[in-house]
Design a protein around this ligand. Structure first.
Ligand code: FES
Length: 154
């Protein structure tokens, strides 16, 4: 009788509120955890799915011989100077030795078992049965519009 504010309902009122606060906190925590764990995972898988081509830049013009020898490819001049040169793989399709361009005979030859290929990479003779793979080449221009480099997409 002396305590007028002692209603049974006043003690229960804060409970649903407290539950809401806890729920909201858990949702937050869930979102933070998802961000912390999923973001690097997505980045990692996103990074792995499209393999980036390796770009190798060769400064223009090509040497007078018309062939630039890189560790992984031969960059060979084509008749039409306005077109990009050909990038031909140096890995022999027989057993994987590194092929070389033979200037005197104007063909590509493997030093291991003498497989021969045209400057475009087509098999001519030898134990190799397949052509040499070729790579896409794009041109890079300077401010005056001249070709300044060849970009090989490995
Ligand atoms: S590895 Fe080139 S011919 Fe055998």
């Amino acid at each position: 009788m002396s305590h007028s504010g002692h209603h049974p309902s006043s003690g229960q009122a804060p409970q649903p509120q407290r539950r809401q606060v806890v729920m909201r906190g858990l949702q937050w925590l869930g979102a933070v955890m998802a961000a912390v764990f999923l973001y690097p995972l997505l980045r990692f898988t996103g990074h792995r799915i499209p393999p980036k081509p390796r770009l190798v830049e060769v400064p223009a013009p090509l040497p007078l011989s018309g062939v630039h020898t890189h560790h992984d490819f031969l960059l060979i001049k084509v008749e039409d100077a306005s077109k990009a040169p050909l990038a031909v793989s140096r890995i022999c399709t027989h057993l994987g030795c590194r092929v070389n361009f033979q200037q005197d005979r104007q063909l590509i030859e493997c030093p291991c078992h003498q497989s021969r290929f045209t400057p475009g990479g087509e098999r001519i003779s030898g134990p190799a049965q397949r052509n040499l793979p070729t790579y896409e080449v794009s041109l890079k221009h300077d401010a005056e519009g001249r070709v300044s480099a060849y970009v090989v997409h490995l």
